[in-house]
Ligand binder design. Structure first.
Ligand code: HEM
Length: 530
């Protein structure tokens, strides 16, 4: 091809692209203007501008959008995302309707359509819609009750002790807690979800489970973005064998979990893990939790009305594989994020750390020198510190829904159409001075027994709200409380030269520090675990 022809084609394509971008931008602006809704700007151009010229992460970008809505004092704003109308909702009354009261209009997430050939994700609760989601969620809820989580306590404690030894062996002044907590969450998840020993602490290099577990993370690399785009825009192509996490991971988890199910079915042997709980759930052997046992967060999560979906093939062996993998994915990054920011907050607030240590040490003595489930639950100040960390650094800074039936937003003229998306700006709400006085102050006292009743429940959304909330909350909180109790009991935590102050975030699926979480950890002499 001649150079001139080649250049003409390039020029034509460039003009076409620029015209398309301008056309899309104008249509987007006109769309929101006609509805009298604050337009947040084109999501791609805004992302490009802030990430390139202002070095902001995607989470700070969502915060910029939140500030815009606060300044304009509007209950709802919007933009387009991947061709989808996306409503950004900072108003707590509207959120209460969307997440709980009118949940039947917002049962689904904005999730992509998963190819039926992808073993690891095709039956994940997270990606399920409508009646099948309701059926599966109703089946899985009893696997996360207090009694079941209590059974995992000994596993969590064993992993927390390995964590202490691991950190102790590292201490050369400063430690990057990202690696330590990655091993800890891998270890707890491997044993609680699949009854496997991850060997994460035993090996200097990453163990196989750790390596495979890390490949299960949603990240914003080119490969994963491309797969998501193909799955969203060209589901037909995705159906020809495309998987989200790749074949090696599919073979590892798919093969391992299925052979465990087979072995248990043949021998009758039982395990203390989610595989076992799901096998019992599919045989209807798990008792339904009584309403009287539920806290308000869980009562709001109860699915109202008759559940029509059939669960039989959702929890077959493939279904157990998909949902084991979901628990590994959902519980890894989020839990690690909470642990990291809690350690960070304690390092930069020594007075809070001292108070927490006194509570933990006293509790430990009362329970005879080792942590117990009941003892950890009685540490009110530990609960307050974790809650304040979840407010200040929510591991999931946004969450979403998709509208399933046209919906007139109460108190406004806005009608959200079927198929439109909703974004809930959790991070922004958690730092809004309308709901928290001095929101930029890290203050666990907000969550003291006297004060916590004053917080609007829709202004505290670390685990979401309503029937689609986080099913693993109890699991995560117990695991994190134990690990933090072990940390403050065994170490003095201080900032080091490399500690990021102020904090900067990376572009990751959960809120994560940029460049690691370096802290100085000094072993306390005479600790009970010595
Ligand atoms: C600190 C740790 C965690 C945080 C902050 C967290 C947060 C969240 C949030 C915000 C959601 C969406 C809720 C909504 O849309 O209303 C969610 C969903 C979910 N989480 Fe968690 N999570 C954590 C740990 C876990 C763990 C340990 C598990 C499992 C063992 C888990 C399993 C799930 C599942 C299965 C869903 C989807 C529920 C559904 O679609 O019905 N999470 N989580």
């Amino acid at each position: 091809m001649e150079l001139a022809t080649y250049l003409s084609i390039l020029l034509f394509l460039a003009i076409f692209l620029i015209s398309y971008v301008i056309y899309s931008l104008i249509s987007e602006i006109l769309f929101f203007r006609s509805k009298k809704i604050l337009h947040l700007g084109n999501s791609y151009l805004t992302a490009f501008y802030y990430m390139t010229f202002k070095s902001k992460s995607m989470w700070e970008l969502v915060h910029v959008a939140y500030t815009k809505t606060r300044q304009a004092n509007v209950p709802i704003a919007g933009n387009f995302e991947m061709g989808l109308v996306n409503y950004f909702i900072p108003d707590l009354t509207i959120l209460k309707h969307i997440l709980v009261k009118d949940f039947d209009h917002f049962v689904n997430r904005r999730a992509i359509t998963i190819p039926k050939s992808d073993l690891l994700t095709k039956k994940m609760l997270f990606f399920m819609y409508d009646e099948p989601w309701k059926a599966l969620r109703s089946k899985l809820s009893p696997t996360f009750t207090t009694g079941k989580i209590k059974r995992f306590f000994a596993l969590f404690n064993a992993s927390a002790k390995k964590l202490v030894d691991y950190i102790d062996a590292q201490t050369e002044g400063e430690v990057d807690l990202v690696a330590a907590y990655s091993k800890f969450t891998t270890d707890t998840i491997a044993s609680a979800v699949c009854g496997m020993d991850s060997c994460a602490f035993e090996q200097k290099e990453h163990s196989v489970f750790e390596r495979m577990g890390q490949k299960l993370q949603f990240s914003f690399n080119l490969g994963m973005i491309t797969r998501f785009v193909v799955m969203s825009c060209f589901p037909g192509i995705a159906e020809r064998g495309m998987t989200i996490f790749g074949d090696e991971v599919s073979a590892f988890f798919g093969g391992g979990i299925k052979s465990l199910i087979r072995e248990r079915t043949q021998t009758g042997r039982k395990g203390n893990d989610f595989i076992q709980l799901m096998m019992e759930a599919r045989e209807n052997k798990l008792a339904k939790t009584e309403d009287s046992e539920l806290e308000s967060f869980e009562r709001d999560a109860v699915i109202k009305g008759e559940v029509k979906g059939q669960v039989a093939d959702l929890l077959d062996d493939d279904g157990i594989v998909s949902n084991c993998v979901l628990f590994i994915v959902a519980g890894y990054d989020t839990t690690q994020s909470l642990l990291l920011f809690c350690a960070y907050a304690l390092a930069i607030h020594p007075e809070i750390q001292d108070k927490l240590r006194t509570v933990v040490d006293e509790g430990l003595e009362e329970s005879g020198g080792d942590f117990t489930y009941e003892g950890i639950n009685q540490m009110t100040y530990l609960d307050m510190v974790i809650n304040e960390t979840l407010r200040f650094y929510p591991p999931a800074p946004t969450m979403d829904r998709r509208c399933t039936q046209d919906y007139a937003v109460p108190g406004t003229d806005v009608v959200i159409k079927k198929g439109d998306g909703i974004m809930v700006p959790v991070l922004g709400i958690h730092h809004d001075e309308r709901y928290y006085s001095e929101p930029e102050k890290f203050d666990p006292e907000r969550f003291s027994p006297e004060n916590k009743g004053k917080i609007n429940q829709y202004a505290f959304l670390p685990f979401g709200q309503g029937p689609r909330n986080c099913i693993g909350m109890r699991f995560a909180l117990m695991e994190v409380k134990l690990a933090i109790a072990q940390l403050v009991h065994n170490f003095d935590i201080e900032p080091s030269k490399r500690t990021p102050i102020p904090m900067e975030y990376q572009n990751a699926g959960s809120l994560m520090p940029k460049g690691g979480m370096w802290l100085s950890l000094k072993r306390r002499p005479g600790t009970l675990q010595d």
